[in-house]
Design a protein around this ligand. Structure first.
Ligand code: DOR
Length: 455
């Protein structure tokens, strides 16, 4: 089989190089060889002609995903998660350590890396900050970095102890890796299961105030000022958090942040079955019907919770002005049993890889977000935030590509997901925009027209 491919005809969009034009891409031996208009095919090149309406970008980079292995293989495995990532256009995925055992040892990092060897996405493990994510004692951070961890996080839980967080930042600084915080003041959030506000009151569900996020982020920023260490705020969900990160960046602190598609697009009204907010507005503007959802749909239960239209607007503004570096899925697959129960008892999380791009494109179609900004937030911006070798089509880079049709409509059918987690609040909705092909190291690992094994 030829190892040289010439992909021609699509709009090539690589924000890392400021490239946005119809053109050709030459791939040789798994790497980008050349990019430009009208490249001459070399004798050995297999020519792949793509429609002019399709967009070709660097493979997407996800700083936040849960692959569940080891320990929770009924929810997801590294293979099924990576297959879902490939279907969503993600080629580099950073996986969280809240596994069983927790990824807090070099042996578990090695296990994850070994299981990911032949996966259809590059899997980059994030190691735990504290042993067992128990928040008491630091994990062996230098050893974890040596084993290949790309960041440290106790995600799913905050580091509640200020003293422990200070030590974690101090140890991470010389390693050059970020500390990733799940910003949540557990004392204040208590048993909250959805955003604290009128809808939680009407539904009789315990609320989770926005301040529960802002307080923890403010504390952490004070500790970043103290230590000078690299810090990344996971899944921002509040307007207050956006303002805090903006201020921290103005001060020059080494801070980065991410937002999920669901926090940008959905609101707490979805918990009541009322589908209001940016996604519903954008789909309505496109003439796509958004039927009401079910009340207490546990697919809407996520940590941090879906918030208000004002929070969505602040998050979008933060993404546009660069306060928020990256869009990360927080892909959190669960079994049906984990979700088919009362709202208060259901697991937190949304299976996000396979709907991320299409849901986000609604903002582009509605004229609320520029396509180059969206692509940058899925490629070069996350890669630069964490110094990952990914996110560009520059010659010499690995040929990791995402090719999508920005207009193709499709209906979300979780039963067809590659992910074992079918938990999405978008089930049954029609979205516009679809990943057509994903390439990893010069190999096509997903093609919407092709046949794929299920894992
Ligand atoms: O909704 C969530 N689910 N948020 C988290 O922080 C953890 C995740 C999980 O592991 O299920």
């Amino acid at each position: 089989m030829s190892e040289t491919f010439l992909l021609r005809g699509a709009r090539i969009l690589d924000p890392a190089q400021g490239y946005d034009a119809h053109g050709d891409l030459l791939i040789r031996d798994g790497r980008i060889y050349a990019l430009g208009p009208d490249l001459a095919p070399t004798a050995d090149a297999a020519v792949v002609t793509l429609p002019a309406s399709w967009v070709l970008t660097p493979g997407f980079v996800d700083l936040h995903a849960h692959l569940r292995e080891p320990g929770f293989e009924a929810k997801e495995t590294i293979q099924s998660g990576a297959a879902a990532a490939a279907r969503g256009g993600f080629t580099t995925i950073c996986c969280m350590p809240n596994t069983q055992p927790v990824t807090d040892s070099a042996a578990t990092i090695a296990y994850v890396r070994d299981r990911a060897k032949d996966a259809p996405a590059r899997v980059r493990p994030i190691a735990a900050i504290s042993k067992g994510e128990a928040g008491k004692e630091l994990a062996e951070m230098a050893e974890l970095a040596e084993a290949g961890a790309v960041a440290f996080s106790d995600d799913g839980r905050p580091v509640s102890s200020s003293r422990l967080m200070r030590s974690a930042l101090a140890y991470a600084a010389p390693l050059g890796l970020p500390i990733v915080e799940h910003c949540q003041d557990e004392d204040l959030v208590g048993a909250g299961v959805m955003h604290e506000g009128a809808i939680a009151t009407l539904l009789g569900l315990p609320g989770w105030p926005a301040a529960g996020e802002d307080v923890m982020l403010a504390r952490d920023l004070a500790l970043v000022r103290l230590t000078g260490a690299k810090y990344h705020a996971a899944h921002l969900s509040t307007a207050g958090a956006v303002a805090l990160v903006r201020q921290a960046k103005r001060e020059g602190l080494p801070v980065s942040a991410e937002v999920t598609p669901h926090h940008l697009l959905l609101t707490d009204a979805w918990v009541a079955g009322e589908r209001s907010g940016p996604l519903a507005d954008a789909l309505a503007a496109l003439g796509i019907a958004v039927p009401p959802g079910a009340r207490y749909d546990t697919a809407t239960k996520v940590n941090p919770p879906l918030r208000t239209t004002d929070d969505c607007a602040a998050l979008l503004e933060g993404l546009r002005d660069g306060t928020i570096d990256a869009i990360a899925t927080d892909h959190a697959p669960h079994t049906t049993v984990d979700k088919a129960c009362e709202y208060a008892d259901a697991a937190f999380g949304i299976s996000g890889f396979e709907t991320a791009l299409a849901s986000l494109l609604a903002l582009v179609h509605a004229g609320r977000l520029e396509l180059p900004t969206l692509v940058a937030a899925l490629t070069v911006r996350p890669a630069r935030a964490w110094n990952l070798d990914a996110g560009t089509l520059a010659p010499g880079a690995a040929a990791d590509l995402t090719i999508f049709d920005p207009d193709e409509p499709w209906t979300v059918e979780p039963g067809r997901f590659a992910s074992r987690g079918k938990n999405t609040p978008l089930a049954g909705l029609t979205l516009r925009g679809r990943v057509r092909q994903t390439w990893l190291g010069g190999r096509r690992v997903y093609d919407v027209g092709g046949e794929y094994p299920s894992f």
